[in-house]
Design a binder for this molecule. Structure first.
Ligand code: ADP
Ligand code: MG
Length: 351
């Protein structure tokens, strides 16, 4: 993970708005051919000059609602804010090309804090080869607000929508589920312990994977590349941001189909299983409803089964049925229970 760095404090007012933008963005380099003019003019100029279609997506992150700076280092926050957007671009089977970054920030943040935030944004941009081509900067009277817009391109016939799954298709998910939600639980617990005893040293050794999944998620660009390599074009796709069951239901509703999901097929990391035991949580509930996994959930034709079957990054977790059959989970005990959409917000309220 990233290392912490923060010692001095320079007030934003010493640089002024223009000086600040310049200071934060001067190291950004252009990697995409389609970027003609990046930061520094009234608007960016992009020239896609292909027959591909353009995808656009935006996410807004608000301090206290989407992130908590007491355990989220700013560098990680910058990185994660980019990942959240790129994940949506990859869910369309598109290549991400540019982002814009807008921030509202109170003057309780020193310049050094924004440097950290932008170091995370830059690390993400470099790793995923997207250009930062603009944004806006303004002041906030309360918390930090970050809005990122991502652009990408995809050939029309390769775009993967939510509304195109068909009866008989197989449901597939990348990676594993539930770890980011548990990472958040671990960090929240440490925060409470720290409140009671500020001298306590957190021992997060057992939870490294969980905490990493919460603080430094990666958008699954590699999975879209893998699918292209395997010559599998999903019949529909969505990214898992709110929780698996909610995303499965989105695909089914939009596509007018039903599905059966198999409990014993849900991919779980050993740290998820162990931590669920420790926290007395049901790992299936966490896999279905824990949020922020940023994995890709997609449907494929049955004919493509052999191409994905033995792949360690992909799990076939169910199949698409007629709409009239509804959306169900088939448990290990072979009982059929209706899937319910409970995002991580709803889970928080329940407790
Ligand atoms: P304008 O007043 O025309 O909106 P700004 O002074 O806000 O222009 O921005 C100047 C340039 O800096 C523009 O290219 C804009 O896209 C870019 N920019 C502004 N804020 C940010 C930011 N937070 N991150 C990245 N680029 C930014
Ligand atoms: Mg502006």
């Amino acid at each position: 993970m990233f290392e912490n760095k923060d010692t001095s404090r320079t007030s934003i007012s010493t640089l002024g708005e223009f000086g600040l933008i310049d200071h934060l963005t001067k190291h950004f380099k252009i990697a995409q051919k389609s970027t003609v003019v990046g930061i520094g003019d009234d608007a960016a100029i992009l020239d896609f000059n292909t027959k591909k279609q353009v995808v656009v997506t935006t996410d807004l992150l608000v301090e206290g609602v989407h992130f908590d700076l007491s355990y989220m280092p700013l560098k990680h926050l910058g990185y994660k804010a980019v990942m959240v957007n790129l994940s949506d671009v990859y869910a369309m089977n598109a290549e991400a090309t540019q982002i814009t970054v807008s921030i509202a920030v109170s003057n309780r943040f020193p310049v050094e804090a924004l440097e950290e935030l932008y170091a995370g944004i830059q690390a993400a941009a470099v790793t995923y080869k997207v250009d930062v081509v603009g944004g806006d900067t303004t002041s906030s009277t309360s918390g930090l607000v970050i809005s990122i817009t991502a652009l990408g391109q995809v050939a029309a016939e390769k775009a993967t929508r939510r509304d195109t799954a068909n009866e008989g298709d197989l449901l597939v998910v990348s990676g594993d589920l539930g770890a980011a939600y548990l990472g958040l639980q671990v960090l929240e617990r440490e925060k409470q312990v720290f409140r009671v005893n500020p001298n306590s040293q957190p021992d997060l050794e057992k939870y490294t994977y969980l905490v990493e999944r919460q603080l430094k998620p990666e958008a699954r660009k590699d999975i879209t590349a893998l699918l292209a390599e395997l010559e599998v074009l999903p019949t529909s796709m969505i990214d898992v941001s709110d929780g698996l069951s909610s995303e499965v239901i989105h695909i089914c509703k939009k596509s007018n189909v039903g599905c059966n999901l198999y409990e014993d097929k849900l991919p779980l990391d050993p740290q998820v299983i162990n931590t669920c035991e420790e926290f007395n949580l049901d790992s299936t509930t966490i896999a279905l409803s824990g949020g922020e996994d940023y994995e890709l959930l997609f449907t494929i034709k049955q004919d493509d089964f052999l191409k994905v079957k033995a792949n360690p990054h992909l799990s076939v977790i169910g199949h698409i049925t007629k709409e009239s059959e509804g959306t169900h989970l088939i448990t290990r005990a072979n009982t059929k229970i209706p899937l319910i959409a409970r995002g991580w917000n709803a889970m928080e309220e329940k407790e």
